[in-house]
Structures are given as structure tokens and as C-alpha cells.
Write a protein that binds this ligand. Structure first.
Ligand code: FEO
Length: 395
């Protein structure tokens, strides 16, 4: 994308990756993404905030040239991950006098990941300020959004918060500023679920840390900028809260239809009880949508058949993912069918040790489900209903 003015002498100089469909070889990107870098021209010094993914090096270099940057005094590195730091080497080549301004932890990551020499760095502490003349940058450490070294940079005079991954969205759009609505909220929630959710408790502290800033614009390093900061801050406050919704998520896989029959029957039971259900057929599902559903559901019920004396690998992957993403889910159970024996319940349970959730008695069926099995599923649905009632989340 071309250079775009945000405020007087503050510019977007990043790149849009319209057709990227996978991040970290793991996360689906149905709407592409962007790597936002920002140029700030103070009356005395010029600073670049973050760079872009190495695949977009040419665009950043072209944008800096088009913005008339002959001398770059500072490169602020908010986060060492390569989608923001990957072009630092090239910038150092083009502007050898530039100092990389970052925290101690980020410096060591950049030295290890990009082999940048020690003398290129200026290390700042939490709360430090850096003058560019008529503009001042303030650095605020916000660990674990997304790595331990992450920080945000606040441009005091223009009231812009450069938040890097924090508040971002994987959303490629030619609009510099967000159209705050359902679509963006969905992309931001997907992003939160995949990247931020494991660090929910730390994010609570980070939100408190920026609460007193007077913010006109939040400028993340993925997706559009927010002119209504409350839109994304309030969404985060809801996602990180302990509140859950009257929802049951059912990640399931079935080989010959027995487990699927259980799932179909179970969905109807839950719907009859006034509970919202989100089933995910694991071999076909978009893992990002599954992650997004995990953000606020009260209950997860994993459904799997037995394969080679254990759970189906698709169910193992789902359990592993749930455990890694650490949602605030309150209740968890397992249902499934088996042919002759095995230990798939114990196996799946052992994969969910990070969850602070109550385990509800599972329902297993030998072969195709029969009358008494349906009765067991009814009991499970009743138990979930009563648990949701205890939480007072049933409308
Ligand atoms: Fe967008 Fe953690 O990098």
C-alpha cells in the first residue's frame, strides 16, 4: 500500500498482504493481513515504528523513499517477531546511522533472530520518553501481547497509540481507518482468540496500564487503525473478562457415523434446553472459527471415536489446541463411540490440563448408539443445563 497520512507528519508506510492465507503455517487468514509500519517526522528527528514481513521488504523501502526519508534517526521495535522486525536488516543497510530503540528483552531477541550487532541498539526502560523535537514518544511495556518483550509506543502530542500486535486484526483492507462494525469485530476476535487468548490474565494488567492514556487513535501493526479506541478496548474487556456465554462448543469427528449420530442427537437436546450450540466437524472446520468460538463459550464437549486404542487424531489436535489457547471455559466433557476398547477419555483429559474447568462425566457408547445411550446423553445435557443455570447465563 502507498504512503498514507494519519496526522500531520505521521504516516502509514506499511504493506498489505492481500492473499496471505496462513500465518505461522498454522493460523488461517481468510481476509489476508497487513504489516503496518509508521513514520513519524519530528522537527528534529525522524522515527520509524516497526518494519514489515520480509516478503514485503520492497514495499516498505519504496514507501520510505516516496515519503522523502533521507535520514532515519530511530527505528522503534515494539516486537521482535519477524512479521514486524524482518526488514530491520535492510533498513540498517539503507540508513546505517539509525539506532534501534527497544527494551532489553526485545534487543536480545533481535540479536538472536536477526543477528543485529549490539552497537545498533539504544535500550529504553518502561515509561521512558524519546524526543523527536516537536513530537515525543513514550514507551510502555505490555508483555505477552504477543511475546514476553512486547511493548507499545505512545505519541504524546498526537495521542496515537502504536500497539503492534495488541488490538490487531488479520484484515487486509485499503481503508486506513477501521469501519467499526461486525466484520472488523469478527476479524479482531479471531485474532484475539488465536494470538492473545492464552495471555488473557496478563492482558487484564496491560489494559489497566494504558487506561489513563488520552488516545485519539489506536494504530496496531495488523489491520486497520481505530479512530474510536473504545470500540476495540471494550471488546477486549469483554473477551478477557471471566464472563461466559450460554454456549456449548462441540468439536467432533466421526468415521462411520456412530459418533456423528451421538452429536446430532446431543445438539437437539441442548437446543431444546435453550442452549446455543456450535458444532465443528474437525476434519473440515476452519480452526480460526473454532478458536473464535472458544473465546466465550461456557462449555466444550469433545466428540471422538476410538482409533488404535486412542482418540481420533483430529480430536487429539482439537484438545491440544484448546489446551494451548487456554479459554475461560467453565465445563468440559467428552462423548464418543468405540468398537472394542481403549483409553480415549483418559487420553483427551490428559491433554486438557491447562484448563481451569470442571469435568462432567463423559458418555461413551460401544458401537452405534441405542436407547440407553440416548438416555445418557439426555443426562449429560441436563447436567450442562443445570451448570449453566448455576452461572445464571440461561436467558
Ligand atoms: Fe504480528 Fe507477534 O507478530
Amino acid at each position: 500500500m502507498t504512503v498514507q497520512k494519519i496526522k500531520e507528519n505521521v504516516y502509514f508506510v506499511g504493506a498489505i498482504h492481500w492473499d496471505r492465507r496462513l500465518f505461522d503455517e498454522l493460523i488461517p487468514l481468510p481476509d489476508g493481513t497487513s504489516y503496518n509500519a509508521y513514520l513519524i517526522k519530528g522537527s528534529e528527528k525522524t522515527a520509524l515504528i516497526d518494519t514489515v514481513d520480509p516478503t514485503k521488504e520492497i514495499e516498505l523501502v519504496k514507501n520510505l523513499k516516496n515519503a522523502g526519508v533521507k535520514k532515519l534517526d530511530y527505528l522503534i521495535s515494539n516486537h521482535a517477531e519477524q512479521d514486524h522486525s524482518g526488514v530491520i536488516g535492510k533498513i540498517m543497510e539503507l540508513y546505517p546511522a539509525t539506532k534501534i530503540v527497544t527494551n532489553e528483552k526485545c534487543k536480545s531477541f533481535l540479536k538472536e533472530l536477526l543477528l543485529i550487532p549490539e552497537e545498533k541498539f539504544t535500550v529504553i526502560k518502561d515509561g521512558d520518553e524519546l524526543s523527536l523535537g516537536d513530537k515525543t514518544l513514550k514507551f510502555i511495556f505490555t508483555p505477552w501481547v504477543h511475546w514476553p518483550e512486547t511493548m507499545v509506543t505512545y505519541l504524546i502530542e498526537d495521542k496515537i497509540l502504536f500497539s503492534c500486535d495488541f488490538f490487531g486484526s488479520h484484515y487486509a483492507t485499503s481503508s486506513l481507518f477501521a469501519r467499526e462494525g461486525e466484520k472488523l469485530l469478527e476479524d479482531a476476535k479471531r485474532y484475539y482468540a488465536e494470538i492473545m487468548m492464552p495471555f488473557r490474565n496478563v492482558i487484564v494488567k496491560n489494559i489497566e496500564k494504558i487506561a489513563d492514556l488520552n488516545i485519539d487513535i489506536i494504530a496496531p501493526s495488523h489491520g486497520p487503525l481505530y479512530r474510536k479506541p473504545s470500540f476495540i478496548i471494550n471488546a477486549y474487556k469483554e473477551w478477557i473478562s471471566d464472563d461466559v456465554k450460554n454456549e456449548v462448543i462441540i468439536p467432533y469427528v466421526s468415521m462411520h457415523g456412530s459418533t456423528e449420530k451421538m452429536v446430532e442427537y446431543f445438539i437437539d437436546l441442548l437446543v431444546d434446553r435453550g442452549i446455543e450450540v456450535k458444532p465443528f466437524n474437525l476434519p473440515r472446520t476452519d480452526i480460526g472459527e473454532f478458536a473464535m468460538a472458544l473465546v466465550d463459550a461456557a462449555t466444550i464437549v469433545i466428540a471422538s471415536p476410538m482409533v488404535l486404542a486412542g482418540a481420533h487424531p483430529a480430536a487429539v489436535y482439537a484438545a491440544f489446541l484448546v489446551n494451548a489457547l487456554r479459554p475461560k471455559t467453565k465445563f468440559i466433557s467428552i462423548i464418543g463411540s468405540y468398537g472394542w476398547g481403549g483409553r480415549f477419555i483418559e487420553q483427551l483429559k490428559s491433554l486438557l490440563s491447562n484448563l481451569n474447568a470442571e469435568f462432567i462425566e463423559p458418555v461413551t457408547v460401544k458401537g452405534y448408539p441405542e436407547e440407553e445411550d440416548f438416555k445418557s446423553l439426555e443426562n449429560l445435557a441436563d447436567k450442562i443445563l443445570s451448570k449453566h443455570r448455576e452461572l445464571k447465563i440461561i436467558p
